[in-house]
Design a protein around this ligand. Structure first.
Ligand code: ZN
Length: 122
């Protein structure tokens, strides 16, 4: 990975973190507006709550991944797959900066995930 690529990717990750933090704040605010402390029927409140909480939770998880990617960028392993060590395509990293695996490892992960989902449903 060149210094330019390194800086570009770091900037991309930092922007993404900023965006996600704004998203979390928005959802915390709207969650507060929609849900009065008392007198709201239980089920709609729970439904509304779960939508915003889900957005917040997903965003927080991605921030965690992105923060790890920032650390990863400063190591010798930057740009290399965490699973097998092969170099990851720059355009892949740019499109999904939270990802630190190469294409074939992601595919394998997806297959594994599909397997557990299928067995879970049965
Ligand atoms: Zn790999």
């Amino acid at each position: 990975m060149t210094t330019n690529e390194h800086n570009e990717l770091r900037e991309l990750i930092e922007l993404r973190i900023e965006f996600l933090q704004a998203l979390i704040n928005e959802n915390i605010q709207s969650a507060g507006q929609i849900q009065p402390e008392q007198g709201w029927p239980l089920s709609p409140k729970e439904e509304r709550q779960s939508v915003e909480e889900k957005v917040i939770e997903t965003a927080q998880l991605e921030i965690l991944e992105l923060t790890q990617s920032l650390v990863w960028l400063e190591t010798d392993q930057a740009g290399r797959c965490e699973q097998c060590g092969s170099p990851i395509d720059m355009y892949k990293l740019k499109s999904a900066p939270a990802n630190r695996c190469c294409e074939s490892c992601i595919e394998q992960k997806c297959i594994e995930l599909a397997c557990t989902e299928q067995t879970g449903e049965q």
